[in-house]
Design a protein around this ligand. Structure first.
Ligand SMILES: C[S@@+](CC[C@H](N)C(=O)[O-])C[C@H]1O[C@@H](n2cnc3c(N)ncnc32)[C@H](O)[C@@H]1O
Ligand code: SF4
Length: 473
C-alpha cells in the first residue's frame, strides 16, 4: 500500500468519500492559513536578543562530556539568484570574498571548539546554503581537514552537501571525495521550460543527470533531489511530468517543497509573475500529483510533510520506527543532541536552547574577526517549551503523538496539552486525524495538513501577531 495522499478518486474527494466527507476545495479553504514549518520549536521568529554571544559561550562550555555533535556550515553565496529563493544567499562571483568567508568559517570552528574545551565527537556534518560549492576547492578541503583536527569525526559520520547541478566545476567535483562527502542534495525544482524561464533558473535534465552520474562515480553513496510546486505556470500535469522525469535519476530521497512566497522578506520574489502563481487549491492538486507519481510509479514512501524515500533508505526506516528527527534542514536521521551552526545566519540547537548568528555576512565577519561569537538572537528553552517541542516533533515526524505519555516523560501535567487538542474533534470530523482523547494519529488524508495539527500545540503562535509565515498548503 503506497503512502502519501494516495487513494484519491477522480471525483476530487480526497479520501474517495469514505471518511469526513469534505471535498478538496472545502478542506483547502478551511486549512490553508499561514503556518510555520516547525523546523524548530519555539520557531525562529520567537528568538530574541536576550540570548547573546556570552550565553552561547556559557552553553558550549557546559555541554556534557559524551555529547555527540552535528555541524552545519552555511555558505551564503550562489552563482545565480533564482527568483523564488527563500534561502539566505547572494550572488558573489569574485574569488576574494569567497576565500575571506572560508577563512572566517575556520576561525568560527576554532572558537567553538575552544569554548567546548575538548575534542568533541561529531556524527554528522552538513554543508548548506546558498551553494557551498561556490567556495574554492582548496578552501572546502582545508575546512574539512580543520574539522577533523578540532573534532573527533566518527568513522561512520554522514557528511552531506547541497549542490546546484549547474555549478559543480571539475575541481569541486574532485574535492568532494577529499572532503569525505557521503550524501549530496541537488536542487532540481522543475524541468518545464516555461516554469524555468519564469523563475530564472535554467537547468536541463541532461546536466542534472550528468551531475548525479558524476557524484555516483566518485563514490557519493546517497543522493537527494529537491522539487518544488506552487511556482508560476506550474500545473498538475507539468509537475507530474517533472516528477516522472526525475524518477530516471534514481534518487534515494526527494524533498518536495511548496513554494513559500514571502516577498516582504525576500524582495527578489516580487520579480516573479504573481498572476501566474497557483492558488491554494491548485497548489494542493500539484502536491497530490507529485505524490502520486513518486509513490505509485516510483515506489517511494512518503516521509513526514514533504519528503520521500526509497523503502530501504535510512530515512524511510527511521520514519517507520520512530527515529526520524526534524531540524533546520528539514527531516533528518541525525539524532545528535547538539547542533552547532557555523556561518552567517546559521542556527545552533543546544540542550539549553537555540542560538542564531548574524544573518548579514559583513556583520557575521566582523564578529568572528574580532574573536567573538556572531550570535544575535536565540531562545533559552523552558520546561514547557521542551514538552511542546517533543509533541510537535513527533507530530511532524511520526504523524502521531500520545499526549499523556509525552507529558509523563517530561514529568508534566497533560491538562494543557489536552486543552490545546480540543480542535482535534473538528479535524477528526474532516477525516484528517484519528483522536481518542489521548492519542492522535494524522491520517493519510491529513498528511498535507500536518502543520495545522502541530500548530495546535504552539503556545507562541497566538502571541505571534505580525509574524507572517508561508502558506500551510
Ligand atoms: C540551498 S538550495 C539547494 C542547493 C542549491 N543552491 C540549488 O539551488 O540547487 C535549497 C532548496 O530550498 C528550496 N527552496 C528555495 N527557496 C524556496 C522557497 N521560497 N520555498 C520553498 N522552497 C524553497 C529549493 O528546493 C532548493 O533546492
Ligand atoms: S535556489 Fe539554490 S542556487 Fe538558487 S538562489 Fe537559492 S540557494 Fe542559490
Amino acid at each position: 500500500m503506497r503512502a502519501g495522499i494516495c487513494g484519491r478518486s477522480m471525483s476530487r474527494r480526497v479520501d474517495g468519500g469514505k471518511s469526513g466527507g469534505m471535498d478538496e476545495k472545502g478542506l483547502v479553504a478551511r486549512y490553508a492559513g499561514r503556518l510555520p514549518r516547525y523546523t524548530s520549536y519555539p520557531t525562529a521568529p520567537n528568538f530574541t536578543e536576550a540570548v547573546t554571544g556570552e550565553t552561547y559561550l556559557e552553553w558550549l562550555g557546559a555541554l556534557a562530556e559524551g555529547a555527540s555533535l552535528s555541524l552545519y556550515l552555511h555558505v551564503p553565496f550562489c552563482d545565480r539568484l533564482c527568483l523564488y529563493c527563500g534561502c539566505t544567499t547572494q550572488v558573489v562571483r569574485q574569488d576574494a570574498p569567497r576565500r575571506a568567508y572560508a577563512k572566517e568559517l575556520g576561525r568560527e570552528l576554532c572558537l567553538v571548539a575552544g569554548a567546548i574545551g575538548r575534542r568533541a565527537a561529531v556524527s554528522h556534518i552538513h554543508w548548506g546554503g546558498g551553494t557551498p560549492s561556490t567556495l574554492p576547492a582548496d578552501c572546502l578541503v582545508a575546512i574539512m581537514d580543520l574539522i577533523r583536527t578540532l573534532f573527533a569525526v566518527e568513522s561512520g559520520a554522514e557528511v552531506a552537501i547541497e549542490l546546484d547541478p549547474t555549478a559543480v566545476p571539475e575541481d569541486r567535483m574532485a574535492a568532494l571525495p577529499r572532503m569525505g562527502i557521503t550524501r549530496a542534495s541537488l536542487g532540481v525544482q522543475d524541468f518545464d521550460a516555461a516554469v524555468q524561464k519564469a523563475i530564472g533558473r535554467e537547468q536541463s535534465y541532461e546536466e542534472t543527470a550528468a551531475c548525479a552520474e558524476g557524484l555516483r562515480k566518485i563514490g557519493v553513496r546517497s543522493l537527494n533531489l529537491d522539487l518544488m510546486y506552487g511556482l508560476p505556470h506550474q500545473t498538475e500535469e507539468s509537475v507530474a511530468r517533472t516528477a516522472r522525469e526525475v524518477l530516471g535519476l534514481e534518487a534515494d530521497r526527494l524533498a518536495v517543497f511548496g513554494y513559500a512566497h514571502v516577498p516582504w522578506m525576500k524582495r527578489h520574489q516580487a520579480l516573479l509573475p504573481e498572476a501566474a502563481l497557483p492558488g491554494p487549491e491548485a497548489r494542493f492538486g500539484q502536491r497530490g500529483a507529485v505524490d502520486r507519481v513518486l509513490c505509485e510509479e516510483g515506489g517511494y514512501r512518503a516521509v513526514g510533510l514533504d519528503h520521500y524515500a526509497r523503502p530501504g533508505d535510512a530515512m524511510a526506516l527511521a520514519a517507520a520506527d520512530g527515529r526520524l528527527g526534524r531540524g533546520f534542514q528539514g527531516y533528518t536521521t541525525d539524532r545528535a543532541e547538539v547542533l552547532i551552526g557555523i556561518g552567517a545566519s546559521a542556527i545552533g540547537s543546544l540542550p539549553q536552547g537555540y542560538v542564531q548568528n548574524a544573518a548579514v555576512t559583513p556583520a557575521w565577519l566582523k564578529a568572528i574577526r574580532a574573536g567573538r561569537p556572531a550570535t544575535v538572537r536565540g531562545v533559552a528553552l523552558t520546561e514547557e517549551d521542551r514538552l511542546r517541542r517533543d509533541v510537535i516533533e513527533r507530530i511532524m515526524c511520526e504523524l502521531a503523538a500520545d499526549l499523556p505519555a509525552l507529558a509523563a516523560a517530561h514529568e508534566a501535567e497533560a491538562g494543557p496539552l489536552l486543552a490545546a487538542a480540543a480542535p482535534l474533534a473538528g479535524f477528526a470530523e474532516d477525516g484528517l486525524v484519528r483522536w481518542d482523547g489521548r492519542r492522535l494519529k494524522v491520517t493519510e488524508k491529513g498528511r498535507p495538513f500536518v502543520r495545522n495539527v502541530a500548530a495546535l500545540f504552539d503556545a507562541y503562535l497566538a502571541r505571534g501577531e505580525g509574524v507572517r509565515h508561508s502558506l500551510a498548503v
